[in-house]
Design a protein around this ligand. Structure first.
Ligand code: GDP
Ligand code: MN
Length: 416
């Protein structure tokens, strides 16, 4: 019996498509070589850093069905912008350190997308601050004072005990131990910023500090990427912390987990949090925590996580202990521990290199955001970047290399 021509054609087409899809899934994709692997040119990979950080990178592809002609003009009513903001807690005195940072981020990224800037301060911003910051961006800037109840030392923390504790922390060389505002800043960044009324209707933020540098031209909408790929948190530097600043943070976390075992996500990053191989001293001094954390002066994140019941309960538990003042808990380890325990590890994204692509059609393209906050770098190997050395991790003393914790993240969680 003769088969109609169109049917034969469709049959042939689906066979071709079938084999094409099989090919796409089976063909080799660049992967991270584990230590000990001998590469094609005979080099032995000695450590985890060597390979991934030097791999050439580019941009993630837009999914095929999307077009790149989104409307990002500053005041468009039909704007393609995601519900997001650039966010900065900053002092008036830091204006001259902030301006070059803003200019860099505008030039490399935001001038294409015009995301609004939201500035926070514990005292009112000066007119000079407002004028000079607004002058470097077409996007809208807004300026907000932090309510006292979000910033001041909470009533249950004893001033006297704080002063005594600060002396001990100082003896242990904990940086900024005696600077009360630093403790306040860490607490605010840990559990307060996303409660500010100015952010009530905002979902994503990109945290920016004065003095930091951005090295790469980034041509995709990073917030759209977060949303499209269902990411909660993006980081680019992973460091060991000073265990002397957080001796009871992990023990308090364990206590919290004991009473809320259901908050632990089944795809958590516990192994990354408790590693004791690479820096055993840190783990001992922090009583079971590797001290490995996302360096939070750079973070691109979805505030829904901070606003979740799990994080709310965790932060409240920590805050009640007074540890933000009696010790010097940073927002970086607090955020990192919470993400590592309560979030799906696959929703945490490294802005360094990312395999991507619908059907892996474009598996040779990667993404990245080159970054520096003294003294550490994330410096990708890409023609889009300039001003840092590809693969460079620190500026200054060579011992700083020891602080790199990314290899642990790659080992336990991966690079996806
Ligand atoms: P480091 O990166 O840990 O050395 O801390 P920074 O001094 O850079 O502070 C972290 C961020 O908080 C920066 O954006 C500072 O501008 C900001 N910051 C720190 N302390 C204060 C403060 O007392 N008031 C305000 N408004 N901002 C602060
Ligand atoms: Mn800083």
């Amino acid at each position: 019996m003769a088969i109609a021509k169109p049917v034969r054609f469709l049959g042939a087409l689906s066979v071709v498509l079938f084999f094409f899809l099989i090919y796409q899934y089976l063909r080799p994709v660049p992967t991270i070589q584990p230590p000990g692997t001998v590469t094609g040119n005979g080099d032995k990979i000695e450590n985890w850093e060597q390979d991934p950080l030097l791999e050439p990178i580019g941009e993630p592809p837009e999914p095929l069905w999307r077009h790149t002609d989104h409307d990002y003009t500053p005041d468009s009513v039909n704007s393609a912008r995601i519900n997001a903001t650039l966010l900065s807690l900053v002092r008036n005195e830091e204006l001259q350190d902030l301006i070059p940072t803003m200019k860099q981020l505008e030039e490399t990224w935001n001038s294409k997308f015009n995301y609004p800037w939201t500035f926070f301060n514990d005292v009112p911003f000066t007119d000079e601050f407002k004028e000079q910051t607004q002058a470097v961006t077409k996007a809208k800037c807004s300026y907000h004072v932090i309510p006292k109840e979000h910033w001041e030392m909470p009533s249950w923390v004893s001033e006297e005990l704080y002063q005594e504790s600060a002396k001990i922390l100082k003896e242990n060389d904990v940086q900024y131990a005696g600077l009360k505002s630093y403790h306040q800043m860490c607490r605010w960044n840990s559990g307060m910023f996303y409660r500010h009324p100015a952010l009530e209707a905002t979902q994503y933020y990109w945290r920016v500090e004065p003095k930091v540098k951005f090295f790469c031209h980034v041509d995709y909408d990073v917030f759209r990427y977060m949303q499209d790929h269902n990411k909660t948190y993006g980081f680019n530097i992973n460091l060991f912390d000073s265990p002397e600043s957080i001796p009871s943070l992990w023990p308090e976390t364990i206590k919290f987990l004991a009473s809320h075992p259901d908050y632990l996500h089944k795809n958590n990053a516990m192994a990354w949090l408790v590693d004791n191989n690479r820096r055993p001293d840190n783990n001992i001094k922090a009583h079971g925590y590797s001290t490995c954390h996302f360096w939070s002066n750079f973070e691109i994140a979805d505030m829904s996580f901070w606003r979740s019941q799990a994080y709310e309960d965790y932060f409240t538990h920590l805050d009640r202990t007074g540890g933000f003042f009696y010790e010097r808990w940073g927002d970086a380890p607090v955020h990192s521990i919470a993400l590592g325990l309560f979030e799906d590890a696959s929703k945490i994204h490294w802005y360094g290199r990312q395999l991507l692509g619908l059907l892996r059609l474009t598996n040779d393209r990667f993404k990245d955001i080159g970054y520096n906050h003294i003294p550490f770098y994330n410096c990708p190997n890409s023609p889009k970047c300039s001003g840092c050395t590809p693969g460079q991790f620190y500026g200054g003393e060579p011992w700083l290399q020891r602080e790199d914790c990314r290899p642990l993240w790659f080992k336990y969680v991966g690079m996806g």
